[in-house]
Design a protein around this ligand. Structure first.
Ligand code: NAD
Length: 303
């Protein structure tokens, strides 16, 4: 029988990722606390909704989550009507969290899932030797454009066999799958990536804004950057200045984008992770400054 696939979190990213699974013929069941988003998605696609994450976990054998941050992920997995809630039978064997929540939250949730494994047996993860339930952290890179085109990059942490079991699904939503190691390692790779990205994006926006004030055309200046040492993803693939590129948020008034609040959240996650591993004093000032600069760019510039 075809396996039921659950998807929780139908926001900017999740709605597009869920559609990729649907278009590849998967039998979907969805949930979102925003009834507006839930209804809109179900009306558009004809997919059924679950009453809660725990109700979904009793029906679906694999569940994806794409939520804003750590507190939402904790709520969805560990809350009273969460995926791991005891009063419902757990069918979901393979849990895949694609949200960006940082390594600390991912490892906490993985520990809760391991505890649930002791208490309640779900059906084994199909086609793999891992005891169920098991969770994979699989945060993404590629933005809403990558989600819509199913070209995301996944950074995965968890038991290797569990990541392998999730792979056929991830391939329907993305192109590259990086196995980064044990639980939380995908999140570790993601927060380091976003720390580097935030600096690059803020600097590109600032360089282009200064150029515009000095009378340079942002498209011309971007061309100079792209042939020089300032070339980066923010200058050649996701340019923040309107009129330089098609199909990016700056070309549509910044609608359907990665909002600055989420980047500030990711920098906070990077800081928290660094504090935990004792290396934070080296670059705390840099990262704190970046948080401020990214919030400021959100209001004043083109982020
Ligand atoms: P979003 O805010 O558009 O979507 C989140 C969805 O989760 C919303 O629909 C919200 O109603 C739902 N939600 C919140 N709490 C919930 C709960 N308790 N139960 C069920 N649903 C709940 O956010 P997004 O832009 O789709 O981002 C999702 C995650 O992906 C974030 O962690 C973000 O950092 C990461 N990410 C986003 C992008 C991007 O370009 N937007 C790129 C890479 C990674």
């Amino acid at each position: 029988a075809p396996k039921k696939v659950g998807f929780i979190g139908l926001g900017q990213m999740g709605s597009r990722m869920a559609k990729s699974l649907l278009h590849c013929g998967h039998d979907l069941l969805v949930f979102d606390t925003s009834t507006t988003k839930l209804r809109a998605f179900c009306m558009e696609t004809g997919v059924n909704s679950a009453a809660s994450p725990s109700a979904m976990a009793a029906e679906a054998s694999i569940i994806f989550t794409m939520l804003p941050g750590p507190e939402h992920v904790r709520e969805v997995y560990r809350g009273s009507s969460g995926v791991l809630a005891a009063e419902h039978g757990l069918r979901a064997a393979l849990l895949v969290d694609c949200s960006t929540v940082g390594p600390l939250a991912a490892r906490q949730v993985a520990a809760e899932v391991a505890k649930a494994r002791l208490h309640r047996g779900a059906a084994p993860v199909p086609g793999c030797s891992v005891a169920a339930p098991t969770i994979v952290d699989a945060p993404v890179s590629g933005g809403t454009t990558g989600a819509a085109a199913a070209t995301l990059s996944f950074m995965c942490g968890g038991e290797r066999a569990a990541v392998t079991a999730a792979e056929p699904y991830l391939r329907l939503m993305g192109k590259r799958i990086h196995f980064c190691g044990g639980p939380g390692n995908g999140q570790a790779a993601k927060v380091c990536n976003n720390l580097a990205l935030a600096g690059q994006m803020a600097a590109t926006a600032e360089g282009l804004a200064l150029g515009a004030r000095l009378g340079l055309d942002p498209a011309l200046l971007s061309g100079v950057f792209n042939a020089s040492s300032a070339r980066c993803w923010s200058s050649d693939s996701y340019n923040p200045a309107p009129g330089v590129m098609e199909g990016v948020p700056s070309a549509r008034g910044y609608a359907g984008a990665f909002v600055a609040e989420l980047m500030v959240k990711d920098l906070g996650l990077a800081l928290a992770a660094a504090r935990e591993c004792g290396g934070w004093w080296h670059w705390r000032a840099f990262s704190t400054k970046l948080c401020k600069s990214v919030s400021w760019h959100a209001q004043a510039l083109w982020f």
